[in-house]
Write a protein that binds this ligand. Sequence first.
Ligand code: HEM
Length: 204
Amino acid sequence: MTDVRFLKIVVFVNALVPLVLLFSDLYTRRAGPNPLQFATTTTGMLTLIFLSLTVAITPLRKIFGVNSLVKLRRMLGLFAFFYGSLHLLTYIWFDRGFNFISVGPDVVRRPFILAGMIAFLLMTPLAITSTNKMVKRLGGKRWAQLHRQVYLSVIAAVVHFWMLVKSDTSLPLTFAFIILFLLGYRLLTRYMPVHTDTTLFPRE
Ligand code: HEM
């Protein structure tokens, strides 16, 4: 088995661990006084973590010179979408009581819901076009252009998180700094390739 395949299995199994823990906490009634809120916040946090990891792959690959990291990007992105879908489902279920008609007015009424919805809608075409077949169909250049949308999605996600916290903004602020760094690095490598194409930590 190649190293990359092994790494993919390790990441896949680990990415499912929080889901198992969430179900276990819900089942054993260890999810606090409001389990519904617990499920929404947990899946929201997982979505943001996986989205941030997806965006971090290219800078990490360039900084550490580990090209094989790119092979994990699709899986991490799909996990972000998976947890995002669960997060949306918990909202529609627990917050809206499956009253789909009330989602539209809620999006208009609560700006943080609008930001979350934008983040999720921006992720959706990326998940749909993540297959090799879709890369071929769209052509590499168009596919890459479309997938730059992930940056807009993660920005909207951080805004969503920022807007919904009431007092302690340290966590959304931390995510904002991480995303700012990753975005800044991407822009730098795009417009100043001479300085940043060199790996900081070459493997040899
Ligand atoms: C990429 C998409 C999204 C990401 C990354 C995301 C992320 C998050 C995060 C990090 C939290 C807070 C967790 C905490 O308090 O520890 C959260 C809470 C929440 N999100 Fe999202 N979210 C996304 C999309 C959405 C969407 C589409 C909706 C609904 C339409 C939504 C509704 C909510 C609600 C209702 C809460 C709980 C608010 C509260 O604590 O009262 N999110 N989300």
